[in-house]
Design a protein around this ligand. Structure first.
Ligand code: MN
Length: 231
């Protein structure tokens, strides 16, 4: 193929214990998928989750357990952490049945859905899109992806985040309002899922602000932890 400009580099994420990388197609995110977080964001905790997206090149991929540096984004004074289980799609499809959904997942990773909370609050108030609050550059730090077969029992894993060694968020994957298979099924009715899609599956309670110099450490049982320094 001949292009009129140099094509952009393929966004990708490291794979645990391998040199090959996972190429990123799209990033889907689930909003309010843990009841306790939905309540802290002002809803009853029983509403259906909803979806938003980030650009594929918003990933900030760590290799092994290296500490990655995330630049503090412009235009915000209230950068929030949301620790999340990320599912990596290996097989695409539309209208995927809940029972078939697990067969579409290639692996799992620990991710952060970083959020300009002040701009999100403005967008909510004004009925505007969330892109500027959620889809900014480097807004999706992610640890290496572990293939499903090596990830253990993710459905019963624990998920947590520490900031400067202090516990901030903790929960269990089974606390999701919509489980992983239901999320994949629902998403595939709205979009055609493709190999390379990442799904950020929502965050448990305890979201809060981080400052320049803070070190975030996120983990999910059985997966490579994520270490991010905000600069
Ligand atoms: Mn989130």
């Amino acid at each position: 193929m001949n292009y009129v400009i140099t094509p952009p580099e393929q966004a990708s994420v490291a794979v645990a214990g391998a040199e090959q990388r996972f190429p990123v197609h799209r990033i889907y995110c689930v909003g309010r998928n843990y009841a306790d977080h939905a309540r802290e964001m002002g809803s009853s905790g029983r509403e259906a989750p909803f979806f938003f997206t980030k650009p594929a090149d918003a990933v900030l991929s760590a290799v092994a357990d290296q500490v990655i540096t995330m630049p503090y984004p412009t235009l915000t004074g209230d950068l929030h952490h949301e620790i999340e289980l990320v599912a990596a799609i290996g097989k695409g499809g539309s209208n995927i049945a809940v029972a078939d959904a697990p067969g579409h997942i290639w692996g799992y990773a620990v991710g952060l859905d970083m959020t300009r909370r002040d701009l999100q609050a403005d967008a909510k108030k004004l009925g505007r899109p969330w892109c500027i609050a959620k889809g900014f550059d480097a807004s999706a730090p992610i640890a290496p992806i572990t293939p499903v077969a090596q990830a253990g029992d993710i459905a019963h894993a624990e998920i947590w985040l520490k900031v400067n060694g202090q516990a901030r968020q903790s929960g269990r994957i089974e606390q999701m309002i919509w489980n992983l298979a239901e999320v994949v099924s629902h998403l595939s009715r709205a979009w055609q899922l493709a190999p390379g899609d990442l799904i950020y599956t929502g965050t448990p309670a305890g979201v809060g602000a981080v400052q320049r110099g803070d070190v975030l450490e996120g983990g999910i049982t059985g997966l490579t932890p994520l270490h991010v320094r905000v600069a």
